[in-house]
Write a protein that binds this ligand. Structure first.
Ligand code: TYD
Ligand code: MG
Length: 454
C-alpha cells in the first residue's frame, strides 16, 4: 500500500516544506506549518453507500427535487429548538463545550431517547462498559442504539455501511484518525481529513451526523477554523459548573436562526429539559430586597425573565472594583458612566458587583434598564417592588431606547404575574396596549425611571 504524499504548508504565507518547521523561513511566523495531503493513496474500488455516487451535473434550480424541508423531530424539545425545528437529514452538526460540561451525556441521552431510530454512537473516549454504566443512569428507551469504540475513520465508515443507522454520533472528532496522514489524532490535518470524510458521508447518504468537539483554552473549538465552515450547524454547550444549569446555544445554523437557546438541568439521572426557564432563573423570595431587578429578555424566539443582582458599596481600597458574572463588564462601565453623567450619581468611588442569577450569560441589550435599576436600588438601599420588571436598552445620552419583540416580553411578564413593566416610550407606537392588563410604564430618559421607581 502506497502512503499518501503529504507536504507541509505555512498557514500564514503558503510556503512549502517537506518537513515540519517551527518557524517559517519565508515569512518568519512561528508554529504555522500544517501537514497537507497532496496525493491520496489508492483506496481501490470499495463499494460504498456514498463513494459510488455519480458525479454531479448542472441542474436547473426548479428541477432540483424539493421535499418541503424534511425534518426529523427528535424527542428532545430543547434540541429541536436549537436545531431550528428538528434534525435535517444529511446535516453535520458540531457540538463544542468545556470538558465535563455534559456533551457526551447530552448526546448519549439523545441517542437513548430516540425511539424507533437506529443510532450509532461512536466513542473514542470511553469504553463500552463506561457508556453502558452511564446509559443505566440515564435509562435506556431505545433498544436500537449501537455503541462502537473505534477511532479509525475508515473502520467507522465501514460499520456505518453495514449497520446503516438513521443517525450517527461521533464522540469526539479529536480522537478520530485516518491512515492517510501521519500526524497524530487531534492534529489539525487529522481533524480536517476526518471531518471531510464525515461531511461526505452525511451529504451523500442523508444520515445526520453529530460531532462532539473539544474546545481550546480561549473557548473556540479545537482544530482548524475550517471545521466550523464545513459543518452545517455549530452548537455550543455551556454553563457554570457550580450551577446545575446547562445552555445549548446555536453559534451557526444553515437551517435556522442562530439566536436559539436550549436550557437543561444536570440531574443525577441525566439532563432534564427546562421548558419554562423563567421559573428557575428568578429566585423565590419572600420579601423585596435592594439591588435586585428583573429583566424581560428574549433569547432567540423564547422570552424569559431573569434576575439581575447588583451590589454597590464604598470602595474599601483605592481603586473601585467592577466585577460582573454573566454580563459584559465594559457594558456595565458604560452604564455606570451614563448614571454618573446624566443623573449625577457618584458611583466613581464605589465598588459595583453585578450578577445574573442562575449562572447564565445574556447578550440581549434590553437588559440594560434592569441593570441600571438594580444598581440604583442597591445604591439607594431601596428595594424595587417585586412585581416590577424592565425591558429596554439605555443609550449613551441616558435615553431609554426601544427594543425588539416587545409584545412577547410584555406578555411573558404578564403570564408570570408581574404587575408593572418599564419599557421605552419609543416602543409604545407598535403595541396594542388594550391587549395587556399589566401596567406599562413608558419612560424616555433615565431620570424618569428614577422618579417613577422610588
Ligand atoms: P460528560 O458528558 O462526560 O462531559 P463531556 O463529555 O462534556 O466531557 O459529563 C460528565 C459530567 O456530568 C460529570 O461531571 C458527571 C455529570 N453527570 C451528572 O451529573 N448526572 C448524570 O446523570 C451524568 C450521566 C453525568
Ligand atoms: Mg465526553
Amino acid at each position: 500500500m502506497v502512503k499518501a504524499k503529504t507536504t507541509f504548508y505555512c498557514q500564514n504565507c503558503g510556503a512549502q516544506s517537506s518537513k515540519w518547521l517551527g518557524r517559517c523561513p519565508s515569512c518568519g511566523a512561528w508554529n504555522t506549518f500544517v501537514e497537507e495531503v497532496i496525493q491520496r493513496e489508492d483506496k481501490g474500488s470499495r463499494k460504498s453507500i456514498y463513494r459510488d455516487a455519480r458525479s454531479a451535473v448542472p441542474t436547473k434550480i426548479t428541477e432540483v427535487p424539493y421535499d418541503h424541508e424534511k425534518r426529523i423531530q427528535v424527542q428532545d424539545q430543547e434540541l429541536n429548538r436549537v436545531l431550528g425545528g428538528g434534525m435535517v437529514p444529511g446535516s453535520l452538526v458540531l457540538i463544542g463545550g468545556e470538558p465535563g460540561i455534559g456533551k457526551s451525556t447530552l448526546m448519549l441521552q439523545f441517542a437513548l431517547n430516540s425511539r424507533n431510530l437506529k443510532v450509532l454512537y461512536v466513542t473514542g473516549e470511553e469504553s463500552e462498559h463506561q457508556i453502558r454504566m452511564r446509559a443505566e443512569r440515564i435509562g435506556i428507551k431505545n433498544e436500537e442504539c449501537y455503541i462502537l469504540t473505534e477511532t479509525a475513520t475508515d473502520a467507522i465508515l465501514q460499520h456505518i455501511e453495514e449497520i446503516r443507522p438513521g443517525m450517527v454520533v461521533i464522540d469526539s472528532i479529536q480522537t478520530l484518525h485516518t491512515d492517510i496522514i501521519d500526524s497524530s489524532a487531534g492534529s489539525i490535518s487529522q481533524i480536517r481529513e476526518c471531518a471531510t470524510e464525515m461531511q461526505r458521508l452525511s451529504k451523500l447518504s442523508g444520515i445526520p451526523i453529530f460531532l462532539i468537539g473539544h474546545i481550546t483554552k480561549d473557548g473556540s473549538i479545537a482544530g482548524p477554523k475550517i471545521l466550523e465552515h464545513m459543518v452545517d450547524t455549530v452548537l455550543s454547550f455551556e454553563g457554570d459548573r457550580n450551577y446545575g444549569y446547562r445552555i445549548l446555544r446555536t453559534v451557526k445554523n444553515r437551517f435556522g436562526s442562530t439566536s436559539e437557546l436550549g436550557i437543561y438541568e444536570m440531574r443525577n439521572n441525566g439532563l432534564r429539559e427546562v421548558s419554562n426557564p423563567s421559573e428557575i432563573l428568578i429566585s423565590q423570595r419572600e420579601e423585596a430586597l435592594s439591588g435586585v431587578a428583573i429583566a424581560a429578555t428574549v433569547e432567540g424566539l423564547r422570552p424569559m425573565l431573569i434576575e439581575i443582582q447588583a451590589l454597590v458599596s464604598s470602595a474599601a481600597y483605592g481603586t473601585p472594583q467592577r466585577s460582573t458574572t454573566g454580563f459584559d463588564a465594559r457594558r456595565l462601565n458604560m452604564l455606570l458612566a451614563v448614571l454618573e453623567k446624566r443623573c449625577g450619581f457618584r458611583l466613581g468611588a464605589k465598588d459595583v458587583f453585578l450578577n445574573i442569577a442562575g449562572g447564565i450569560r445574556v447578550d440581549d441589550p434590553a437588559i440594560d434598564l434592569a441593570v441600571v435599576a438594580a444598581v440604583l436600588s442597591s445604591n439607594a438601599d431601596t428595594p424595587i417592588d417585586m412585581k416590577t420588571c424592565f425591558a429596554a436598552e439605555v443609550g449613551l445620552s441616558g435615553e431609554i431606547r426601544g427594543t425588539n419583540r416587545i409584545e412577547q416580553r410584555i406578555s411573558e411578564a404578564e403570564k408570570l404575574g408581574f404587575e408593572r413593566i418599564f419599557i421605552s416610550a419609543y416602543n409604545l407606537k407598535g403595541i396594542e396596549l388594550k391587549k395587556f392588563s399589566i401596567k406599562i410604564a413608558a419612560v424616555k430618559k433615565i431620570q424618569d425611571v428614577f422618579e417613577k421607581l422610588f
